[in-house]
Write a protein that binds this ligand. Structure first.
Ligand code: NIG
Ligand code: FE
Length: 441
């Protein structure tokens, strides 16, 4: 196509690094990136229209409304964070200190703290307060290069608050440049008022809350929602299968009910207690992803690797909890599986908005190569939320979500840590972070 008029041309980048294909990349293919030295990306109407060596891209262009010189910088796809508990009120800094002194996460939960203490704060918070607190996290995510994130509810655990969380997520989706993919997680913990009769809560979830969420529709021409999600208030349903949360049988019943109502499925599996069986269950129910996978036995990882379900590992969680036990990402990839990584952003185990930090951890403790970690944080992460055809790689036709790093080579993302290398963020073709500063209205 000669003589193209484009909205934005990014040129002369030291390097462009991107996975390719609709994905997910599995096994050895996770390490394959397209690398272009001296590259350019041309963008029109929010989509990539050309990518390649600068001279080749420029030969196709007649006019560019804006030009960004990316000398000394690396261009990568915007990060996709496929597992967050984005929306809550307050913090749990006191618990963090208790854990440093030896209390465990599950002990604190069983004593009515943990998730339940955030539930109390969240129930008491107004929609406005939730907007303000959550928006500051979204800004921090964007500043660290995340352009799309999954966001779970699960700090309401009663319909009124869960609905408020879905509404605030929907409003934020419209008010913030990042795209949010909502997941209903009413099965995050058994709420205090049901401690004596958890079965009654499971029943309530299945009989009342799930059908309510499934019936809730937001206008499709409003904030972003792909046609297959059809304006649903939540695209996915997730369950925390764990000792002290939901057992395997309860998890199965909730997920089967969700599936029948048209939700995609996700599972918190093997975060602490080994071999409860949530991973084979996720595979059997054809969940889109199964997440955490810290204590998963090798035979369950192999089963997962042979399935269509994507494994999502969350290295921020063992780091945040200082357990020292990380998911066996290397084994999943070596067995031919598709792996994504995420922050697990939440006030208990991992309050971290940074995907580059997850890349730094995944390369060191899950033994991923820097290329595999980039694929896990972009293309495979997009696939873990059903958006691999739209985002997660830089290719003509895909949404123009990308990041310019102040580094000459993508491997610096893994190599360096605890600092922010993100210089510029482009979301749907619009520059929303410039020189490390937020810029949107
Ligand atoms: O993924 N495990 C359950 N949910 C979160 C923690 C939530 C919290 O502690 O508030 C997790 O680690
Ligand atoms: Fe989680």
């Amino acid at each position: 196509m000669k003589g193209m008029k484009v909205d934005l041309l990014i040129r002369n980048a030291a390097q462009i690094a991107t996975p390719t294909g609709p994905g997910p990349a599995r096994g050895g293919a996770m390490g394959f990136l397209r690398l272009i030295s001296g590259g350019a990306v041309a963008i029109r109407e929010g989509r990539v229209v050309a990518i390649g060596p600068t001279s080749e891209v420029e030969a196709q262009i007649e006019e560019a409304a804006e030009i960004v010189e990316a000398r000394h910088q690396t261009v990568i796809p915007g990060f996709v964070d496929p597992h967050t508990h984005l929306i809550w009120a307050g913090d749990r800094v006191a618990e963090f200190e208790l854990r440093l002194k030896g209390a465990t996460y599950l002990e604190i939960l069983q004593a009515g703290g943990g998730i339940l203490s955030t539930v109390r704060a969240t129930r008491a918070a107004s929609a406005e307060q939730l907007m303000v607190e959550t928006r500051s996290r979204l800004d921090r995510m964007l500043l660290h290069g995340t352009t799309t994130a999954e966001a779970k509810t699960g700090y309401g655990l009663e319909w009124e608050t869960e609905r408020r969380l879905l509404e605030v997520l929907h409003r934020l989706n419209g008010a913030h440049p990042m795209d949010l993919v909502p997941t209903f997680m009413g099965a995050h913990a058994v709420p205090e008022e049901y401690q004596e009769d958890p079965e009654a809560y499971v029943e309530r979830l299945i009989e009342e809350m799930l059908p309510e969420v499934a019936a809730q529709r937001y206008p499709v021409d409003g904030p972003w929602s792909p046609p297959w999600a059809n304006g649903r208030a939540a695209w996915f349903c997730d369950v925390f299968c764990e000792r002290g949360a939901f057992d395997l049988d309860q998890t199965r019943r909730i997920l089967e009910a969700a599936k029948a109502l048209g939700f995609g499925l996700k599972v918190h599996a093997d975060e602490f207690e080994p071999a409860l069986g949530a991973t084979p269950l996720a595979v059997q129910l054809r969940a889109i992803s199964v997440d955490h996978l810290v204590s998963t036995p090798p035979e369950h990882l192999e089963l997962l690797a042979r399935s269509e379900t994507i494994g999502v590992m969350l290295p921020g969680t063992p780091f945040g909890l200082a357990t020292g036990h990380y998911g066996r990402g290397r084994s999943l990839i070596d067995a031919g599986g598709a792996l994504a990584i995420a922050t697990d952003l939440n006030p208990g185990t991992s309050w971290c908005e940074s995907m580059p930090m997850m890349i730094a951890l995944a390369t060191r403790y899950m033994k991923l190569t820097p290329a595999e970690a980039l694929t896990a944080a972009t293309l495979n992460a997009a696939c873990a939320i059903g958006l691999g055809h739209e985002i997660g790689s830089l290719e003509p036709g895909k949404q123009a979500d990308l990041v310019l790093l102040d580094a000459p080579d993508y491997r610096h993302l893994a190599y360096r840590y605890g600092v922010n290398l993100v210089h510029t963020v482009v979301k749907r073709g619009r520059i929303v972070v410039r020189e490390g500063r937020i810029q949107y209205d």
